[in-house]
Design a protein around this ligand. Sequence first.
Ligand SMILES: C[S@@+](CC[C@H](N)C(=O)[O-])C[C@H]1O[C@@H](n2cnc3c(N)ncnc32)[C@H](O)[C@@H]1O
Length: 183
Amino acid sequence: MSYHKDGFPNMPVHAQYINKQIKKHKFTVGAELGVRRGGFCISLLRDNRKLCMYAVDLWAPHADIDEHHFHEYHKETFYARAAYHGLQGRIGIMQELTTEAVHKFGDETLDFIFADATHTSEALRKDLEAWIPKVKKTGMISGHDYEEEWGMIPLIDSLGDVHVDEKSCSWHIMKKDLNEEWK
Ligand SMILES: C[S@@+](CC[C@H](N)C(=O)[O-])C[C@H]1O[C@@H](n2cnc3c(N)ncnc32)[C@H](O)[C@@H]1O
């Protein structure tokens, strides 16, 4: 990991790819599904002054979550970093399951989603089915870990002609380009 002169990590590579899309389309509101320490969310907010992000993570063990790590520690790290950079006013922190948080959004209200929660095809399908209706017609569906090892590639490919960043394994597709069954 590389560091900025202020001592904080530079924007991670998987966020740099999404950042290009945020700037290209002038997106102002997005949701990150699965946040952990918030490196993605915070670096994007620091680089895009008009951007607001919903940060959705349970930050706790749960049968639906396939990762076993220091959830509480990661939550506190995220909160501390957000506060240090004065970003609280532009982050909506939602400490709940992605499949529950989604009900708090109206249809077609988000410019983009970044799906990076539980890395199984079944969980990603649930997230995409629930969250795609919340994305504006002009918006973007994106995510991370387009890699064989997770078994999510066939599902991601079923969305349509998905763009993949080989360097970071981030992926995206505009909502207008989704295959009919996903629209
Ligand atoms: C891979 S990490 C996210 C990394 C982050 N997007 C980044 O780029 O730095 C996955 C996170 O998703 C959370 N998570 C997994 N499944 C979830 C679910 N169904 N609902 C809420 N949070 C979930 C975990 O607690 C974990 O913090």
